[in-house]
Ligand binder design. Structure first.
Ligand SMILES: Nc1ncnc2c1ncn2[C@@H]1O[C@H](COP(=O)(O)OP(=O)(O)OP(=O)(O)O)[C@@H](O)[C@H]1O
Length: 713
């Protein structure tokens, strides 16, 4: 590396030969064989990392340009909203400092001619914080440490005095939420320069729901740490590569990534308020995602009564909460080669050969239909079962269990969710209508009914599914609340094709079956509206619907339930759905917007994670190529000091100083390789280096390249 890249400060009486700086200088004597860009590109391609996006805009947003920094002109293109653009009134003007500059053998040395400041500008330790006065360029008071150029002092990045708490999250939020600020976000822009006093030091995180939430996430449940089967164990490049997120096939990585889902139950998800909310994944999205993770990352458990493998599938976990019955059972299974999860439906003792309609089901791919992947007979269960394999959608619940069985309105189900026979001869059994009506009226009174918009959303999605099924020449034939699953806002018809497999008569009347699908949809809509499956007394049930829902919904339900001699199609429903269809489309688009926004935030987090991994790989590596001094020399030494500067800062009284603004500011600048300068001090406090982030980035990439060169990949 070209030593002239660094602007160094050296004590006037020369470098002590034993100092780290001298070691560094010796190691840095040879110029790099390649240009910075070449090396960078090369090392990045070696790493198979997703290139960090050019962060020009980010730099402009977040870059803090000190008032008096080696006479660099302030950038003219700061965005108007950048707080750096408008110096606050509290900012104290920095004294005009005389700088003497000298180039010796390609190294530029800077000396301050301002004796007063020279004598007093001091730090307590290599990574100590300057106090607010020093940040303002005011005499920071006497110190035993070496003096150094006040302009360096003034150039001490503004993070030394943190901005108001409002503008940045507490550490627990940062660590726990996973939703870090984007370098281009207001967060980095809000990074407040030197004008804020020490009294605005970051307050201690207030213990609360977010704290416990974060700590639970942080301390991964040990059981989750135990790597699963090594199916799909990611290589290093996968781990460090783009996205870096868990995937079903990377169970190993996923367990490391996965926060223990246990926190979801006991800790209520209080939304963060104010600005913090804008930096993090909204609680609803997080809850939804963790719910799915909880489902995915449940530790495989070998059920002794279940076979270890069913053809290419393993890790069978029963899906039914009530317990399998004699006809069918369902499992979550993992593919033995890819590690991907699937939902398996076993039809007990069915040796029938799948008919042609099953092939049609396999071709059906619709967002509201759970896709059938394959269907085969097997003896793995000790009988002649027929097995149907579907896409697995984590965190699914049936409409039955979500909205009907758990309606808390005195429905005719017991604690186990078993539905009572409404026509039971037991005199104590609930009477179908009177009981239902009373329950419904109670629900009306306490607002336990589903909002109409939710019902329309279900209807739009299910009619879309039926439309696709009927267009494919098929009929669903199992449309009821126990066969419609839901996760997030999405409903899907599950276990499609099972009726076709179980039906031995090959000559079913498809048109008739499709008409029955429409009736089944009407019954499902009515059941959801009154939150009960006991709706045989149509007049009474519709009377209840009329009390709470619009005439449009009533008309649609009546249309669906009324059998007509003519053939009706799903398209006939469109005029009744009308503009509500657009409402649904708009809601989905809004949701997609939120996810895209969150994804961009998480991409930035991934970017910073990759950077941290690189730093960690290099920093204090005990040896490389039998060289125990490797990490203590050359650019690696700079990186070590940089690591101290970023992560090990302490306050004047020696307490750790933890400021997420500082961390993200530095990492973003490092990732962008900006020309912003940073002052690093050796641990013995004898040497001070002023380097640009571009140089540090170059050092980092070169060091990682060195490691990768000899690494076993
Ligand atoms: N494709 C899928 N992905 C993930 N989970 C699913 C999928 N399909 C169904 N499930 C879940 O599997 C569980 C069991 O479904 P299943 O239909 O077997 O339940 P059931 O009420 O016992 O029905 P049955 O009495 O017909 O067996 C349900 O909680 C459902 O949410």
């Amino acid at each position: 590396m070209d030593p002239s890249l660094y602007m160094q400060y050296s004590p006037p009486n020369g470098l002590p030969q034993e100092s780290k700086l001298a070691t560094y200088m010796n190691h840095s004597a040879t110029p790099p064989a390649r240009s910075l860009n070449q090396s960078l590109n090369h090392s990045m391609s070696q790493l198979s990392l997703e290139s960090s996006p050019p962060a020009i805009r980010k730099v402009f947003i977040s870059e803090f340009v000190p008032m008096n920094y080696f006479a660099l002109p302030p950038p003219t293109n700061l965005l108007p909203e950048s707080p750096e653009n408008s110096p606050p009134t509290t900012m104290v003007p920095v004294p005009n400092i005389q700088v003497h500059q000298e180039n010796v053998g390609g190294t530029t040395y800077f000396y301050s001619t301002n004796e007063a400041l020279n004598a007093s500008g001091a730090m307590n330790s290599s990574a100590s914080l300057v106090n607010s006065d020093s940040c303002r360029g005011v005499n920071p008071g006497p110190s035993a440490s070496t003096s150094y150029a006040p302009q360096m002092f003034c150039s001490t990045p503004s993070h030394m005095v943190p901005g108001p708490m409002m503008s940045k999250p507490g550490p627990e939020q940062m660590i726990g939420a996973g939703g870090g600020p984007s370098p281009s976000s207001a967060y980095s822009a809000m990074y407040t320069p030197t004008h804020l006093g020490p009294n605005l030091m970051m307050p201690k995180p207030v213990p609360g729901p977010s704290t416990s939430y974060a700590s639970q996430m942080y301390c991964a449940t040990p059981s989750l740490m135990v790597p699963g089967p090594m199916i799909g164990k990611p290589g290093p490049e996968q781990m460090m590569g783009a996205g870096g997120g868990p995937s079903p096939s990377t169970s190993y990585a996923a367990q490391m990534f996965c926060a223990p889902p246990t926190h979801m139950a006991p800790v209520p998800m209080f939304p963060k308020s104010g600005l913090a909310e804008t930096f993090y994944t909204p609680e609803t999205i997080r809850a939804e995602i963790y719910q799915r993770d909880k489902d995915i990352f449940v530790m495989p458990y070998q059920y002794i009564e279940l076979p270890e493998h069913v053809e290419m599938y393993t890790e069978l976990i029963p899906l039914e909460c009530i317990g399998p019955h004699s006809l069918t059972s369902s499992y979550r299974v993992a593919h033995r080669q890819t590690g991907e999860y699937f939902a398996m439906r076993r039809l007990h003792s069915y040796a029938s050969i799948p008919n042609a309609r099953i092939d049609l089901w396999k071709q059906l791919d619709h967002p509201n239909v759970v896709r059938l992947l394959e269907c085969f007979p097997t003896a793995a269960f000790g009988d002649n079962s027929l097995v149907m394999v579907y896409d697995y959608h984590p965190g699914c619940e049936t409409l039955m269990s979500k909205y009907i069985r758990n309606n808390n309105m005195g429905n005719s189900s017991d604690a186990n969710g078993t539905l009572h026979d409404p026509f039971s001869s037991d005199p104590d059994a609930p009477r179908p209508y009177t009981h239902q009506k009373n329950a419904m009226l109670r629900a009306l009174a306490c607002g336990a009914l589903l909002p109409e918009a939710v019902l329309w959303s279900f209807l739009v999605q299910l009619t879309a599914a039926l439309r696709a099924i009927h267009t494919a020449g098929l009929a669903c034939r199992t449309l009821d609340p126990t066969k419609v699953v839901m996760n997030g806002c999405r409903v899907r018809i599950a276990w499609c094709g099972t009726a076709d497999v179980m039906d031995h008569s090959h000559g079913i009347d498809i048109v008739q079956a499709q008409q029955e699908d429409l009736v089944a949809l009407g019954r499902l809509a009515l059941a959801l509206a009154i939150r009960s499956i006991h709706c045989d007394n149509l007049a009474a049930s519709m009377d209840l619907v009329a009390r709470s829902y619009s005439p449009d919904l009533q008309n649609l339900i009546i249309f669906l339930l009324t059998k007509s001699p003519g053939r009706r199609t799903v398209t006939d429903l469109m005029p009744m759905i009308g503009a509500r269809f657009y409402t649904q489309v708009e809601a989905l688009e809004r949701r997609a917007d939120v996810f895209e926004e969150q994804m961009s935030l998480e991409m930035d987090n991934g970017r910073l994670l990759r950077l941290l991994i690189k730093l960690a790989v290099v920093n204090e590596r005990p040896e490389l190529n039998m060289d125990p001094e490797w990490s203590e020399t050359g650019g690696r030494y700079m990186l070590k000091l940089f690591r101290d500067y970023v992560f090990h800062s302490v306050t004047e009284d020696g307490r750790p100083w933890f400021d997420m603004s500082h961390l993200t500011y530095c990492l973003n600048h490092l990732d962008s390789g900006t020309n912003t300068k940073v002052m690093l001090m050796s641990r013995d406090e004898q040497s001070v280096f002023v380097v640009t982030y571009a140089e540090l980035k170059h050092c980092l990439n070169q060091a990682v390249e060195d490691v990768l060169h000899t690494a076993v990949l």
